[in-house]
Design a protein around this ligand. Structure first.
Ligand SMILES: Cc1ncc(COP(=O)(O)O)c(C=O)c1O
Length: 475
């Protein structure tokens, strides 16, 4: 949990915590006055005083940041794309059953390979079970040989970027995209990040084609392993942040463009399995890169999946699904070879979870819950969103992208809304490479119950109305 600076100072001075004059902090201090916690925090605070490295006692990724702290009791935070405790609590029994099964299997075999370095592509049994699971949940065939296990989609992006893309190449991104992927790309200063315009909240392929024509003519350091001069990073199904999906026609065209122009498409397929309308989700782009096509070039499309959104973000297991050309290079990567796959032990638990069909049961439950949350949010927006604002109802995933009138900057609006109305979501500019889409906000259904989402979104709509009046001077 986050601590104010005064609290830490008092800990160091060994003053009673309740003397803190911050109301919030005093309440927390009173309830947390157990000696062991105070001792631990005092140790942590003292250590950071000597090393000069700030390392406050934080409990989760969103802790210590008022704009993101989804556990805050003071503000309903609709920012974060992660499940809440009401869902995560199921992980205890799921993993207990999977662990029991896996360890019994290890005892039976009496070799204990699960505790040994693994094979580079990741535990065979896990990839086998994953291929079967994805085949039944996508409704499209998935082959074990095409799968490489990762520590989640973030690791997948980093692995692809460092393995097969020219170090001085180009990354095309949608005009608005997953904001932390943008942060990741900025850490590769030789690579140029170029925004592609969007139409109806999905990529505008005509505009993209023009950009490719221009950029393709530069000389890039492509070679035996860095086989692509460019990659296009996207979230084609239930996009983050817009919630929209690419159509089959556009998918076919995009695959053709990638083949003809020798670039890779990295699809963050992390939301595909959270689909709320049809029996199966929209086909992933990888499905269209068919090896039987005469113009197939060994695989230009890479599907980057994860258990973060369908089980738990802490599990840190994901997968890359790719063709032979990319698979060969990734399997040669030092991090996979030297590490003996990543997350080998947890992959064993996932193998059992999938084998016992526990993940299927849980995913069915998640889909029902998230569908209700998504419908609740959209119904509320239909009834309460001012007429000059708009949104599209996503058929899956976590996010709704709300457009306020052009010219309205949602950064000050959200700050004001958080302070005055105690509701928070993420301003659109955070998702844009150039800080555009200022008039948009992203609302997440991942963390809170349907009831909380309904109440908070009513408040959000009222706040939008009030703010528009306020800035137009009519108040
Ligand atoms: C599009 C997208 N990719 C990747 C991630 C992170 O996935 P992982 O936890 O598997 O690294 C997220 C999480 O919000 C996401 O929205």
């Amino acid at each position: 949990m986050a601590r104010c600076g005064k609290f830490v100072t008092r800990l160091l001075r060994k003053e009673p915590a309740r003397s803190c004059n911050l109301k919030f902090c005093a309440r927390r201090c009173a309830t947390l006055c157990s000696k062991s916690i105070l001792k631990k925090e005092r140790r942590v605070a003292a250590r950071s005083m000597t090393t000069g490295i700030e390392d406050p006692y934080l409990r989760h990724l969103f802790d210590g940041d008022t704009a993101l702290n989804v556990y805050s009791k003071n503000v309903v935070n609709l920012s974060v794309g992660a499940p809440g405790p009401d869902l995560l609590k199921h992980c205890s029994s799921l993993l207990a059953k999977a662990t029991k099964h896996r360890l019994e299997e290890e005892d039976k075999e009496d070799k204990y390979y699960l505790f040994q370095y693994g094979i580079t592509a990741g535990l065979w049994e896990c990839r086998e079970e994953l291929a079967k699971f994805l085949t039944r949940r996508y409704g499209d065939p998935v082959a074990r040989e095409n799968l490489i296990l990762t520590c989640g989609a973030t690791h997948g992006i980093q692995l692809i970027l460092t393995s097969v893309i020219a170090p001085d190449g180009v990354i095309f991104v949608d005009e608005v995209t997953y904001m932390i992927a943008l942060d990741t790309f900025k850490q590769f200063p030789l690579i140029r990040v170029i925004s592609v315009p969007m139409k109806n909240d999905i990529v505008d392929l005509d505009a993209f084609e023009q950009l490719i024509k221009i950029e393709k003519n530069t000389k890039y350091t492509v070679g035996k392993e860095k086989i692509f001069w460019a990659m296009y990073y996207t979230v084609p199904i239930f996009h983050n942040p817009t919630g929209m999906s690419i159509s089959p026609e556009m998918s076919k065209r995009l695959v053709k463009m990638a083949r003809e122009n020798s670039f890779a498409v990295i699809c963050d397929d992390v939301y595909n399995l959270l689909h709320y309308e049809d029996k199966y989700p929209p086909h992933r782009l990888f499905n269209y890169d068919d090896p039987n096509n005469p113009d197939y070039t060994g695989g230009n499309i890479i599907s980057n999946g994860s258990f973060s959104k369908i089980l738990s973000p802490a599990i840190r297991v994901g997968w890359i699904e790719c063709g032979s050309k990319v698979a060969k290079i990734l399997k040669g990567s030092g991090i996979l070879k030297s590490g003996g796959a990543v997350n080998h032990y947890v992959s064993g638990l996932i193998a059992s979870l999938l084998h016992l069909k526990l993940e299927d049961e849980y995913l069915d439950k998640l889909i029902k819950i998230y569908k209700e949350r998504m419908n609740t949010l959209c119904d509320t927006l239909d009834k309460n969103l001012p007429a000059n604002c708009s949104y599209r109802h996503p058929e899956g995933g976590y996010f709704v992208w709300i457009k306020l009138p052009e010219g309205l900057d949602t950064i000050p609006f959200m700050k004001w809304c958080q302070e005055v109305h105690k509701v928070m979501a993420i301003p659109g500019a955070r998702f844009s490479n150039h800080g555009e889409s200022k008039n948009c906000i992203r609302v997440s259904i991942a963390f809170h119950s349907a009831e909380t989402i309904r109440d908070a979104s009513i408040v959000l709509c009222k706040a939008i109305t009030e703010y528009m009046k306020k800035i137009s001077g009519k108040n």
